[in-house]
Design a protein around this ligand. Structure first.
Ligand code: ADP
Length: 268
């Protein structure tokens, strides 16, 4: 960069000092870059819960004072978002302290149908220009073994992407179905899609399809790698099918919660 010192010839001491100075400068610049990236990530991750809370508080302000049902629903939705933000902030703090975030897997009995429905409602609220269509094949609640906030994080990553990479047709289909011992949630968009080659790479850290195309959309190429790692930790999986310029479908599966797991955790 411009402030670097040109290394003079023939004077050992000055050459040494110049090198030290330039190394310091490089380190500082790297540090500043990392801090900038960190602030960008935090802001990005916090945007969804803040938007959801804003929506609920507006509802509350307009109708909630006279309608106990809205009051109840908006308050509990806002409290849940605060809980999510607390997890996010903790993870961001961990990230700022260490190179690698340690994920704290927590097996709890989580109602996946309720959480899918709740995120479907949240996204409808924060993206009124989109059509969200929910295809719910279940006739009762189904429980999976995953920390509730982690399941929400995965859904938000996928729903955020579906919105972000849909330009023309603003439609997102969400489906939930059970098969044998697993539950499958699929999120389909009719957006940019990607090539077969890219579908094999997008779950890697920092990978972004066609940098020029996706740069202006924000993001860091981490979302899907986080979703994949989280799912792996809960014995689940994620896959994608995509056609360039036609859209993508992301599928996640999670094993259905077994009652015995509860006893195992209680005993240990
Ligand atoms: P980010 O969106 O922050 O770049 P992700 O890890 O979530 O990071 O996604 C990695 C890349 O995969 C994105 O940059 C984008 O190119 C591609 N991608 C993800 N989801 C979709 C989607 N629904 N449609 C098209 N491309 C997608």
């Amino acid at each position: 960069s411009q402030s670097r010192i040109d290394i003079p010839d023939g004077n050992d001491e000055l050459t040494h000092l110049s090198n030290v100075f330039n190394d310091m400068l490089d380190k500082m610049q790297l540090y500043i870059e990392q801090q900038k990236q960190f602030v960008e990530d935090v802001s990005h991750e916090l945007r969804t819960p803040v938007a959801v809370m804003e929506g609920h508080l507006k509802l509350l302000n307009r109708w909630g004072k006279d309608d106990p049902e809205i009051l109840d629903e908006s308050l509990s939705a806002s409290l849940q978002e605060i809980d999510r933000m607390k997890t996010l902030v903790q993870e961001m703090l961990d990230l700022s302290r260490a190179e690698q975030v340690e994920i704290h897997y927590k097996n709890e009995k989580t109602p996946i149908r309720q959480i899918v429905l709740q995120n479907y409602n949240n996204f409808k609220m924060i993206h009124p220009d989109f059509d969200f269509i929910l295809d719910d094949d279940l006739d009762q609640e189904i429980y999976v073994s995953i920390y509730r906030n982690h399941l929400e994080q995965i859904l938000i990553i996928l729903l955020d992407n579906a919105v972000k990479y849909s330009t023309k047709r603003k439609e997102v289909h969400i489906s939930i179905a059970a098969q044998e011992n697993t539950v499958q949630v699929a999120i389909q968009d009719y957006g940019e899609g990607m090539t077969q080659e890219d579908t094999e790479k997008i779950f890697g850290r920092f990978y972004r399809v066609d940098k020029a195309r996706s740069r202006h959309k924000g993001g860091n190429g981490l979302g899907l790698s986080i979703a994949k790692e989280l799912l792996k930790g809960y014995r689940g999986d994620i896959s994608v099918e995509s056609v360039l310029d036609h859209g993508s479908i992301f599928r996640i599966t999670l094993p259905i919660y077994e009652e015995t797991e509860d006893q195992v955790t209680k005993e240990s």
